[in-house]
Every structure is written in C-alpha cells, then in structure tokens.
Design a protein around this ligand. Structure first.
Ligand code: HEM
Length: 158
C-alpha cells in the first residue's frame, strides 16, 4: 500500500520545551516544520515512498519528514537542533532518528517507538509512545536517563 501518512506531529519533550522557555530561551521551527498550537512541531512527509500501514493498521517501512526543531538557551550554550526526523520501522524494531544539527551531517537515533502501545488520537491520527535512546541522551544534554518517556509521536493520515 502506498504511503498515506502526511505529517509527523512531535513535541520532542514537553518538560524540555518548558525549561527552554522559562529560562528565557527560544524555540523555533524551520525548514518546512511549523509549531503547533500545543507547542510541538509538525513535520511534513517527504515526497515519494514513505511509511505504509500493514494489515493490522501498524506503520511499516521508512518515513522521512522534513523540517527542523531548534532550541536555544543560556546565551547559546544550550543549542539543540533536530532536523528531518525519520521513522524507521522494521522487524528489528521501531525508532525515530534525526540529524542532530542544521548542517545535517550526523543522523542519530533519538528514541524508540512502542508500537504495541499505539493508539488512535482525537482526529484519527496514530499516537505512538516514545522512549529516549542512547544518542538521544547526548542530544538533550545528558539530563534524562535511558528510556525516559519523550512526547508521543502523532502520525496524521491522509
Ligand atoms: C549555562 C548553561 C546551563 C545552565 C545554567 C543550566 C541550568 C539548568 C537548571 C537549573 C536546570 C534544572 C535543574 C535540573 O533538572 O537539573 C536544568 C535542566 C535541564 N537542562 Fe540545563 N543548563 C545549562 C545548559 C544546558 C545545556 C547545554 C543543555 C543541553 C541540551 C541543557 C539541558 C537541560 C535539560 C534537558 C534539563 C531538564 C529539563 C526538564 O525536563 O525539566 N542545559 N538546566
């Protein structure tokens, strides 16, 4: 089945967003991503092949989404950018990866997806819980332990 996932809605981690904002920092969306009303980000699915849904309605394959989520605080000492997130779902597991800077030189695994705990959102979107991966720990400044719950990813279907 062709892809019918049109966008990825992900807030990364609500407490991290709160922290950046209360410390006087800046959160921006760029490169085609947009902020959502609840403070998260919407990334648009890249054209072409992407995720498809299997017979059970679970996403499979690789879905690339375009755009950047940028966080700056403490006079630039905190500078985090997640660019062009990708859902990579195979028999081996389900993860979300992203470039760790605007330069897009290094793609790292930010979190694992718990497909078994997937549910349907208010608008019929697929809501998948996430848990922080090793590389994601570094990207977020070594504050959260492995498997810390991040915000769930929300996949909007056409
Ligand atoms: C001048 C530099 C910095 C100062 C003064 C600072 C200060 C703080 C303070 C006071 C807290 C709350 C206490 C705590 O939970 O540990 C905190 C939390 C945190 N900081 Fe920083 N920080 C700095 C740099 C950074 C950098 C470079 C990062 C990299 C991403 C970072 C990421 C975080 C995160 C993820 C939290 C936990 C937020 C939450 O979920 O509640 N910080 N920081």
């Amino acid at each position: 089945m062709a892809t019918n996932v049109t966008s990825l809605n992900w807030g990364v981690k609500q407490s991290f967003r709160n922290y950046v904002e209360v410390t006087g920092g800046v959160i921006e969306a760029g490169g085609g991503a947009e902020r959502t009303a609840d403070g998260g980000f919407t990334f648009t699915a890249a054209p072409g092949e992407g995720l498809s849904l299997d017979a059970d309605g679970k996403p499979v394959g690789q879905g690339l989404f375009l755009g950047e989520a940028r966080f700056e605080a403490h006079g630039g000492m905190l500078s985090v950018c997640l660019a062009d997130p990708m859902l990579e779902i195979s028999e081996a597991g389900a993860v979300i990866t992203a470039f760790d800077s605007s330069a897009r030189t290094r793609r790292v695994q930010i979190a694992r997806l718990d497909l078994a705990a997937m549910s349907a959102g208010d608008e019929g979107e697929l809501v998948i819980p996430t848990a922080l991966s090793m590389d994601g720990i570094q990207v977020l400044g070594d504050h959260y332990p492995l498997n810390t719950a991040l915000d769930p990813v929300r996949l909007k279907l056409a």
